[in-house]
Structures are given as C-alpha cells and as structure tokens.
Design a protein around this ligand. Structure first.
Ligand SMILES: [Fe+2]
Ligand SMILES: [Fe+2]
Length: 421
C-alpha cells in the first residue's frame, strides 16, 4: 500500500503551539488620536509590503511628486505612488476619480473603467498606482493600479518538513441558541471518536461564535435555549469534552462572544477559559503557529462591509471576500460601516506575513479554495437556518467539517447535515 499522510496518527506528533501577536485593549489613546494612529500604521505597513514583498517602489512622497511636476511641468513623466484611498467617485465614463493620501499630501487620480482594479476598489484601500499628470497637473491618469498582493508564484509551507497530521475546521457553533443543531454535533462527535480518519487530526480550529451570546441583537432572548452567557460557555466546554484526547481545540471569539465587538477582539476572559479543559484560547484575528504551520484565523465580521460593496462577494461566496483580503493584505479594508475597529497603536488587521492557512467563519457558508499558494477555508456552522437568514433569503451551509493535511496540502470535506433542513 502506498504512503498517505492521511494514514498517520496525530498522537505520534508533539503538540507545538505558538501564539502570534497578543490582542490588547487600546492603550489610553483618545479615539481621534487612536484612529489617526491606526491609519498611519496601516499605511506604513502596507507601504513596506509594497516595497519589500511586491517590488513596487514609489517615485517619492505625494508632496515630492507634486513639487517635481511644478518644476518640470511634463505630462510625459511617469510616477509611482503609494497612497490610501480617501475619496472615491464614479465618473460619467464609468471610471473612478479617487483621492490618494499619504502623510505628506494628497492627489487626485483617475482610474479607467477597464482597469481590473476599478471594481474592487474600496475606501481606505492602500494601493500603488503608476501614471502621469494631466497637462495642468490637476490629477493623475493611472495606467496601472496595484494592491500589495501575494506574488503569483507563492507557495505555502508543506511537504516533508511538515508533520503529516491534519487540522479540522468548524465555526459558529452558536451553542445556547435554540437553532444549535445538537443532532449534527452529536454525529460529528461520534465520527471524531470512531472513524479512522479522525486519528489523523491534531487540532480543531473554531473560528468564533462558539456560543450565541446574550443581547447581541434585539429580542435575541426568544431564540435562546440557554439565557445566561456563562452557562452557554459551560455547555460548550462540556460538548468539547466529547472530543478524543488527541485533538486540541483552538478557540477564538466572534461577534456573538462575550468580549468587546470592536476588532481586534481580545481573548475570552480567564473566568470563561477555566470552563474549558484542553482548549487553546486566542484573540480575533488570531495568528497561531501549529507545528510550524502559520495559521491566520479571523472570524470574518468585515464580510458585512464587503458584501454590499463588492459585486462578487455574497454571504454564500464569502470565499471571494477572503481572496480580496489577501489581495489587499487587510482583513477589514474599509473603515467599518457595520464592522467596528478599535483604535489600537498598531493595525493588527494588516496581513503582514502571508499565512500558510487562512480561515474565516461568520457567514455560515462553506468553501475551500486556494489563492496564490494559500489554502482559504470558510468554516461551516452547526447552527440551523435562523429567522434572520430566512428574512435575508439566505440559505446557510451547515454541518460541513473541513480537514487540511499540512504535509500533502490536501483537504477533505465531510458532510454531517442533510441538504434540506
Ligand atoms: Fe455566526
Ligand atoms: Fe459572526
């Protein structure tokens, strides 16, 4: 029989977890100062990625470029600029007139309708453009628009250097909700305990909304089976005790959890963590190194802002939103309309280093797909269709368990819930 990394036993390999950045409360910054700080840090980080990783070098700061144009007064000279989109208007021709800003100045830039970036551009995006001034210097015609994207030939870590176990992904358990699918959960747990393939799994990543929470939306009480948040966590912890010993759960919060809603969200408080026996608790977003594989897990609340603004992103196709995040190298590119961001000293939602695995939840959808050498996973839910989703006309994808084997880079999807309920 030929070798398969899927046949290896996870219990033969050590548990090696290194947590990435700590998500902290904002450090005494006033809101305005904090927000300014956050944007400066985002710009500087993305500029660094443009220069060091994407090989895009600016001709100078916006102030320097404008000064040079005033001296040479040539509409032939090409400039490269890195700036943040601070204004955006659609023109009659279908193109876009935007304002780009850096810490020195701002400049208007015209982007043609045919430009591939034209449809995906969002406010607060940090982009690189190449172009020349129109003859009076009022704006720049962009020949090319770039994101701090991952290079086409990038490949994540994998192969012989990586232990052959797999990582399982689920999210949005919403325990405490009367829509929590206990039968489906029980089937999943039975599988974890009885199927041979489960012996290959070392970690179970739960990307937020493990409980339904309390007071998250108006009249939530009538949808709850457990009305106290601490009791919900206790219930969840007991349900996770059903996992076999060789699987360690990794838990991050989402918008239903008992932590501040503004991102980045801190780890669950110690009192809640105590209820869980073997789980590793991290913030949202989380950067966790699992035996050498760098995992980026983000609950995915910023999808609520991407869905109304990007044509190719819906709740059912949130995997597309993940690709935009990787392309833009930011987990919440738009300053939240629906998603709140916290004014931190540094912007922890910038994707500085390319992860080996990228996972989100929140949309109650499911997909596995690759983007430029990075496996992207939308973790499925164990909550049934709620009245709210019914109202949106959205049918969620429930009860899919995703497995990813780090050594052979293969994924498997197991389905535990029938289509029609
Ligand atoms: Fe959820
Ligand atoms: Fe959520």
């Amino acid at each position: 029989m030929s070798y398969s990394a899927w046949d290896e036993l996870a219990s033969d390999y050590p548990t090696q977890i290194k947590k990435g950045f700590d998500v902290g409360e904002s450090r005494g910054l006033s809101n305005l100062e904090g927000i300014t700080n956050l944007f400066i840090d985002r710009y500087e980080n993305l500029k660094d990625i443009f220069i060091k990783q994407a090989g895009f070098h600016p001709s100078g700061s916006i102030k320097e470029i404008k000064r040079e144009f005033r001296i040479i007064n040539s509409d032939k000279r090409k400039y490269q600029i890195i700036g943040m989109v601070s204004e955006m208007k659609r023109t009659k021709s279908g193109g876009k007139m935007i304002t780009l800003e850096d810490s020195t100045s701002q400049v208007r830039v015209f982007i043609r309708k045919e430009d591939p970036a034209s449809d995906s551009l969002l406010m607060d995006d940090v982009i690189g453009i190449r172009g020349s001034f129109e003859k009076d210097g009022k704006w720049i015609w962009a020949d090319e628009v770039q994101y701090a994207d991952i290079l086409v030939n990038h490949q994540n870590k994998g192969g012989e250097d990586i232990d052959p176990f797999s990582i399982a992904f689920l999210s949005d358990l919403h325990m405490g909700s009367k829509y929590f699918l206990e039968d489906t959960w029980d089937k999943i747990m039975k599988w974890f305990n009885e199927d041979d393939l489960s012996k290959n799994i070392k970690y179970l990543v739960l990307s937020g909304d493990c409980v339904d929470g309390v007071g998250i939306y108006p009249n939530q009480e009538k949808n709850l089976s457990i009305t106290n948040a601490f009791d919900q966590y206790d219930f969840c912890a007991r349900k996770l005790d059903e996992l076999p010993d060789h699987i360690t759960p990794v838990i991050l919060p989402g918008n239903h959890d008992v932590v501040r809603p503004a991102e980045p969200q801190p780890v669950l408080e110690p009192e809640i963590q105590q209820a869980f026996n073997s789980a590793i608790h991290v913030g949202n977003p989380a950067r966790v190194n699992l035996n050498g594989l760098d995992l980026l897990s983000y609950h995915g609340k910023s999808m609520d802002d991407l869905v109304p603004h990007l044509d190719d992103v819906t709740y059912g196709t949130s995997i597309q939103g993940m690709k935009h995040m990787l392309k833009k190298r930011h987990l919440a590119p738009m300053w939240g309309e629906r998603n709140a961001l916290s004014p931190e000293e540094s912007d922890q939602l910038v994707i500085r280093d390319i992860p080996d695995i990228f996972v989100t939840g929140h949309t109650h959808s499911h997909a596995v797909n690759w983007y430029r050498g990075v496996p992207c996973i939308v973790s499925s839910t164990v909550q049934g269709q709620t009245d709210f989703m019914q109202m949106l006309g959205y049918s969620s994808m429930k009860g899919y368990l995703t497995l990813y084997n780090g050594q052979n880079r293969e994924s498997k999807v197991l389905k535990f819930h029938p289509n029609d309920s």
